[in-house]
Design a protein around this ligand. Sequence first.
Ligand code: BTN
Length: 259
Amino acid sequence: MVENKLSPTSITSNLGTHFIGQRVIYYPSLTSTMEMARQEARLGAGEGTVIIADEQTAGRGRLKRAWLSPEGSIALSIILYPSVVNLPSLIMLSSLAVVHSIEAVTGLKPRIKWPNDVLVNDRKVCGILIEGSVRGSIVDYAVIGIGINVNLRLADFPEIQSTATSLSAELGGDVSRLRVVRRLLVEVERLYLTLRAGGAIYEEWRDSLITLGRKIRVKSGKTIHEGVAESVARDGSLLLRHSNGTLSKIITGDATLRD
Ligand code: BTN
């Protein structure tokens, strides 16, 4: 029987981290862990505090989209107080932490679609949303929101069936959410400490991207860019080569693979 029950104690006990996940606030059901994390950060919650819910009723995705998080999925937010120079790297850190944790627990080999969707067999298994409050060079707080389709029966969600997958769908059996969450928190801390010590995670993130060398379409604000994803810069932006030879630097957007 797969151990799936999440609780502050089951997550934190013998976790082996210094601060990430040492305080866990758990809800059986919540509108969005992002909202609660923002409130907690404003009240001065310690760095690494985790808000986790079995189910979100108003989960938020990037670009103002809704995010489905029924029971069986993982929905959590982590509060951090990074320096402003490390802010762009949070995208890399969080997607790499998800890749490592899925790989460690399931043996699957996830890849990243720029900027930070995690895919298994070309279908989305995890979405990441990063929000925060920054004033000039002062970061009041940052919140990393991670949603992973763990034991999601895709047949129940026809609206995402053609583009999404879940760990259980890939493996043909349920996966322990608890193991994935615990490993994820360990990985987030390891990569965050690497960053804080001045180490680089850019190269590993770049090499985990499924996007480079592919024909893509990127929606960035109201603009649609089409071309070949040539490379990514250290600040996480994408360099896209158009068919007329010009290059666009795209800070963020929604990419669709075209080949
Ligand atoms: C995306 O791919 O659009 C990002 C999805 C992010 C979803 C997570 S689930 C936990 C946290 N709470 C939310 O409401 N959203 C993020």
